[in-house]
Design a protein around this ligand. Structure first.
Ligand SMILES: [Zn+2]
Length: 92
């Protein structure tokens, strides 16, 4: 059993499908900065919990909520209030 299995979370790659449904670029490689501790890193390194309504992604540095995504049948809610910024790589 991995540390992730015991703690009940997955890495940020679990967001690839749900975010890929909303955005034309792969946001798992985007670099986000945490409001709580200032840690910057790829979305893929976040800790993603599926036990809440929707997906909750927490900072690996301070465990604050960085991103929440709830999908309903006709709309999606993306809460980024725990993120200072997202630096999204674009292909030229
Ligand atoms: Zn943090």
């Amino acid at each position: 059993m991995t540390e992730q299995d015991i703690a009940g979370y997955e890495d940020g790659n679990a967001l690839a499908g749900p975010l890929g449904e909303l955005f034309a670029v792969d946001l798992t490689s985007a670099v986000g900065q945490c409001v709580g501790c200032g840690l910057a890193g790829p979305v893929a390194t976040l800790r993603v919990y599926r036990h809440a309504p929707g997906l909750v992604a927490r900072c690996p540095g301070c465990d604050d909520v960085v991103l929440r995504l709830v999908r309903g049948p006709a709309e999606a809610w993306l809460d980024l209030r725990g993120t200072v910024s997202l630096r999204i790589p674009l292909t030229p």
